[in-house]
Write a protein that binds this ligand. Structure first.
Ligand SMILES: [Zn+2]
Length: 409
């Protein structure tokens, strides 16, 4: 598999290692198991899982930093990607630049305020042509760290230049701090995708969109505090901060916004801005965002009562995923219907659909089956995450696989 940008790759790895150095802790699952909360992994363990994906040939890139300086890591699987995580060559990410010179919250010096500037095949590289793109697509088989099997030497400059031509599937999780089953499903899905032939398709995944929120939940869990956490470090609900109908928020949402902030403007939060920036030059046709719980496969719109133009196609995929997602099928409907007709602006699925034209699904993983254990009833973590992860994630991975691989409805 061609490495398009060793500098960017090294930057992602370095950021991950620095975060691991700070956050490596005893396995969280031991504590959670005693309280009947399931086998969930803490932040450090999740970073280790991301590192293992990279060891197997997935590429990492640092697309930004959270408010508290945690790395926002994108995992790439498939053909070579453009330098700097998907952006115009030669332009550094403003969020990364703004961290240059000062140390991040975890004490590690932020790496590379300079992203993709001198990446091979950037602005000065040879122009990509369809033949090169087709050649790349043909060579991009299942992940193989030794390189594309049987393929001759591939000019790295051409690999970088040709990358944006292929189609991209975006997979997000961990936007809401308590919804850990979505992160586990995302990582299981990425492990699966690493063994699949993706043709010319690229996977762009951000398994932990909101690391600050996740760390806060982890600290609460380790301390035995039962707290509800919804936002990032500034208390902004990141899934109300995307640039989708944001200025047309209705009265209900403005009132709700007094309790849980949608941010000061669209993409005001570094976590959302980093994703928007990294995806700005990609051709995204599929998007999946993994939340929990509620056993539902939802599609746009969230911010409007009018069906989207491609509602039938969305519905067909949503139904297909819903039927395969669990022993009892999930529900499938538009987000606004799921929300009883209350319009919600700033959601990722609306942004990915409206801005990028992607078929976009939001999966509410698992159903909140609490049972009668008092330790679960008073613990918000249990409202969102099933006790048995093995029942929830494997069928879900299989259910979404054709969609993320670009199958037709
Ligand atoms: Zn959510």
């Amino acid at each position: 598999m061609p490495k398009s940008d060793p500098a960017s790759e090294e930057q992602g790895r370095a950021a991950l290692r620095a975060a691991l150095f700070v956050h490596r802790r005893a396995p969280l699952s031991r504590q959670l198991a005693r309280r009947g909360l399931g086998p969930y992994r803490g932040y450090g363990e999740l970073l280790e899982a991301i590192e293992r994906l990279a060891d197997r040939g997935a590429q990492l890139s640092l697309i930004g930093r959270s408010i508290r300086g945690e790395p926002l890591l994108a995992v790439h699987i498939g053909p070579a990607r453009p330098p700097g995580g998907g952006d115009r060559p030669g332009v550094g990410h403003p969020a990364l630049l703004s961290h240059g010179g000062r140390r991040s919250a975890n004490g590690a010096p932020p790496r590379g305020a300079h992203v993709g500037g001198d990446a091979p095949g950037g602005a000065g590289g040879p122009p990509a042509n369809d033949a090169a793109a087709a050649e790349l697509a043909g060579r991009a088989g299942p992940l193989d760290p030794r390189g594309a099997a049987g393929a001759g030497p591939l000019d790295p400059r051409r690999a970088a230049g040709a990358a944006p031509r292929g189609r991209t599937t975006v997979i997000l999780s961990g936007i809401h701090p308590l919804e850990w089953v979505g992160i586990e499903a995302n990582l299981a899905l990425l492990e699966r995708l690493a063994t699949e032939d993706l043709g010319g398709r690229s996977i762009f995944a951000v398994p932990i969109v909101n690391p600050d929120g996740l760390l806060r939940v982890e600290m609460n869990l380790r301390a035995g505090r039962h707290r509800y956490v919804r936002g990032n470090a500034r208390g902004v609900d990141l899934n109300r901060n995307f640039d989708a109908g944001w200025y047309e928020r209705g009265l209900v949402q403005r009132l709700v916004g007094l309790v849980v902030s949608p941010g000061s403007r669209p993409a005001s939060e570094p976590e959302v801005e980093a994703i928007a920036h990294a995806l700005s030059s990609r051709r995204i046709d599929r998007a999946l965002s993994l939340h929990s719980a509620g056993g539902a496969v939802l599609y746009p719109p969230a911010h409007s009562l009018w069906p989207v133009a491609d509602a039938a196609e969305h519905r067909a995929f949503a139904l297909r995923v819903a039927r395969a997602a669990g022993r009892r099928p999930y529900r499938a409907m538009s987000y606004v219907r799921f929300a009883w007709g209350i319009r919600k602006a700033g959601l990722e699925i609306d942004w990915l659909h409206d801005r990028h034209g992607a078929l976009s699904l939001l999966v509410e993983c698992s159903r909140g089956r609490l049972g009668l254990r008092p330790s679960r009833l008073v613990e918000p973590f249990a409202w969102y995450n099933p006790r048995k992860l093995d029942d929830a994630t494997p069928p879900l991975v299989e259910a979404v696989l054709p969609f993320v691989k670009g199958a037709r409805a």
